[in-house]
Design a protein around this ligand. Structure first.
Ligand code: GDP
Ligand code: IMO
Ligand code: MG
Length: 421
């Protein structure tokens, strides 16, 4: 049986913390898409760790961790991440498995990402510049290199052929970064990765399921960054919704049971693109400050605004979310009143549907106001001591989204979580 956990907004909903918490109930944690563009934060004995490619179950001694075929891997980032984790969790390599079908990010992918973004000027996506888009383009363009290929004798020749293709593309651009400087590290990291457990992951995972093992699929990015359903073209290059689990791990939809969807109690976005409830004023700045909203991967300030129930309901529909998790509730303790977007005015027409042409439409969010709450959620340890005003706010979200809230997260720590019965 597989459960899924994914972000319902534009990423950074707190997936790392929640997976780390839930991992006690699972045998295997599996990443199914994305790559080092992700930054999943968790705390291990008070120490902050940010994971990019490795599943967030790695700090639990009983958990096996799989990097699935749908993930794109930068060997250099992965090696660095392994080194950091090994210092804290010396047995981690024995519990780490990588699908031989996962695609590889090579230095010229990163150079292409940077050149493409620089050429877009004001229309740039605000990519993390980790080479994600170009690597997925080579995958669907049927040119890519896969992790299994690093074990082949002619890997270097295959690498050179792909690099040559990239160099022709790079010729079109004015600004090209010094990717040559990254090649030595790349080959060192590739050499290192050869000793890892590179496996036929679809067979492995299905066998584990047959044996009754419990699997949690860990999403990266968020539903509104999905390549098909996000705010295209301001999206990432993979399917971040629950449908991506089947492609990204090689499992059938009938194996999937619960789908945990995570939303912040407000909303953030990092990079370019539409964000209907963005607050461009001091209030947005205050939320950023209170929430410490700076990117875990790039350090960039995140754009902030009120929770958007139109986008959230859309994301819940797309993934069939069965259980909602609301994170960073403690951050809203500081704000009175609190607003919730319940509809859009799109070019004069009111709708509760997320529009197709979100990049060109003029969207005015329509808000419902809540007075805020006196007893801070950050001090609550159980449902019983949550402020009634906060409970009303949660009840409203549940009714609007038609999905039950299972957990409220009220701090970054593993156990700062309230289970709602
Ligand atoms: P992810 O990409 O979804 O894993 O999220 P990030 O790690 O990029 O960003 C979430 C940030 O919020 C991290 O700094 C977490 O430590 C922090 N965080 C997670 N949940 C909570 C919460 O409930 N309250 C507070 N104050 N911080 C949280
Ligand atoms: P986690 O897993 C937030 C955003 C980038 C950019 C767009 C495309 O930590 O939630 P890409 O590098 O994929 O080409 O960038 O997507 N983005 C994220 N934003 N959290 C993430 O991951 C993100 N991964 C990519 O900022 O706007
Ligand atoms: Mg993140």
């Amino acid at each position: 049986m597989i459960d899924v956990l994914l972000g319902l907004q534009w990423g950074d909903e707190g997936k790392g913390k929640i997976v780390d918490y839930l991992a006690t109930s699972y045998d295997i944690i599996a990443r199914f898409q994305g790559g080092p563009n992700a930054g999943h934060t968790l705390y291990v004995n008070g120490q902050k760790v940010v994971l990019h490619t490795i599943p967030s179950g790695v700090f639990h001694a009983h958990c096996l961790n799989l990097i699935g075929n749908g993930v794109v891997i930068d060997p250099v980032t992965l090696k660095k991440e392994i080194d950091t984790i090994l210092a804290l969790q010396p047995d981690m390599l024995s519990r780490l498995f990588i699908s031989q079908r996962a695609h590889i990010i090579i230095p010229t992918h990163r150079a292409l990402d940077a050149a493409s973004e620089a050429s877009k000027g004001n229309d740039k996506i605000g990519s993390t510049l980790k080479g994600i888009g170009p690597a997925y383009m080579d995958k669907t363009g049927r040119n890519g290199l896969r992790i299994g290929d690093i074990l082949a004798d002619d890997f270097e020749a295959r690498y050179n052929r792909l690099k040559e293709k990239h160099l022709q593309l790079l010729n079109q651009y004015e600004q090209v970064v010094d990717w040559q400087a990254w090649e030595e590290d790349f080959f060192k990291a590739v050499q290192y990765l050869k000793q890892l457990q590179i496996i036929n992951a679809e067979y492995w995972l299905n066998n584990q399921l047959k044996q009754g093992k419990k699997v949690l699929a860990e999403g990266a990015q968020g539903s509104m960054l999905d390549i098909d359903f996000g705010t295209y073209p301001f999206v990432t290059s993979s399917n971040t919704i629950s449908a991506g689990v089947c492609n990204g791990l090689g499992v059938a939809p009938t194996k999937i049971k619960d789908i945990f969807g995570i939303t912040k109690a407000y909303c953030t976005r990092v990079g370019g693109g539409p964000f209907p409830t963005e607050l461009m004023d001091e209030l947005g700045e205050a939320i950023r400050k209170e929430g410490g909203e700076f990117g875990a991967t790039t350090g960039r300030p995140r754009r902030c605004g009120w929770i958007d129930l139109v986008a959230l309901k859309y994301a819940v529909m797309l993934s069939g979310v069965t259980k909602l998790i609301v994170t960073k509730a403690d951050i809203l303790d500081a704000f009175k009143p609190v607003e919730v977007c319940v509809a859009y005015d799109v070019n004069g027409t009111v709708t509760e549907d997320f529009p197709y042409d979100v990049c060109n439409a003029t969207i005015k969010p329509i808000y419902k106001q809540f007075p805020g709450w006196e007893n801070p959620t950050s001090k609550s340890t159980s449902q019983e001591n949550l402020d009634p005003a906060f409970i009303s706010y949660c009840n409203f979200i549940e009714q609007f989204i038609e999905t039950k809230i299972e957990y409220i997260s009220n701090g970054p720590g593993r156990d700062q979580l309230i289970h709602l019965k």
